[in-house]
Design a protein. Structure first.
Length: 244
């Protein structure tokens, strides 16, 4: 099967919307989507974004290949640099790898969990991008003070910024009149709040920590709600801290 695509944007969806990376110019190319399978150590494992062949060369999403082979990948949007494996300073610190929670309170019937490098059951965000590092919040029922939960992490004096994106999961029910909210607190003081509705793309977060000793994330629902919805899921995708 052949298909023309605009701009040479291989792997751009790994780090964001492809159009943003093709805006600087490109050309029409013809590629062949005729790769049936990819096997890593004899195990079939196709990426979410279909690999293709262009001028006798196979192209596969960079993040997929790197992380399947055990190497971390990070996109430095400011300098437009892809980092694979060991990072230049400041190195990121991830939930579940360098940083673990010290306190949490989960709403009845809800779930709150964080995962670093989930290779077997990853989740997709609302853009279809596969996510392996995330803090997932699941709340059931209608909005209310009791239908919320929080989780807290230590900071000390080690970190300068918190980075993530807050968004919906792919194909998950989210009535239009319901907002999913995350409040971020530094040393028990509210520092930022982000909310998403059904149609919103993930929102980028970059929060200066200002020497705080701890950070907490409070997930809740707002709006009219919908009693018919069994659960509401949202996540902080690729959450990490940068060191000083």
């Amino acid at each position: 099967m052949k298909q023309a695509i605009i701009g040479f944007v291989l792997g751009a969806s790994i780090f964001g919307t492809a159009a943003a990376y093709a805006a600087g110019g490109g050309k029409n190319i013809e590629v062949f989507y005729n790769i049936n399978d990819i096997k890593i150590d004899k195990v079939s494992n196709m990426p979410h974004q279909d690999p293709f062949i262009y001028m006798s060369t196979a192209y596969v999403p960079l993040r997929f290949v790197s992380e399947e082979l055990g190497a971390e990948v990070r996109w430095d949007g400011e300098n437009r640099v892809i980092h694979i494996g060991e990072m230049e300073n400041p190195t990121p610190a991830y939930f579940g790898r360098e940083v673990d929670s010290i306190n949490r309170e989960v709403a009845e019937g809800g779930e709150l969990r964080y995962v670093f490098n989930e290779r077997h059951v990853p989740i997709n965000d609302s853009t279809g991008e596969m996510q392996r590092h995330f803090l997932l919040s699941t709340l059931g029922g209608a909005p209310g003070e009791t239908n919320s939960h929080f989780i807290e992490f230590p900071l000390g004096d080690d970190y300068e910024y918190f980075h993530a994106s807050f968004g919906n999961l792919e194909n998950h029910s989210n009535p239009m009149n319901t907002q999913k909210v995350v409040e971020i607190h530094l040393d028990d003081q509210k520092a930022a709040e982000y909310s998403i509705t059904a149609e919103d793309a993930p929102e980028t977060i970059k929060l200066e920590l200002n020497g705080a000793e701890k950070i907490s994330f409070h997930f809740k629902l707002a709006g009219e709600g919908d009693q018919s919805a069994s659960s509401y899921e949202a996540a902080l995708f690729n959450p990490f801290f940068t060191r000083k």
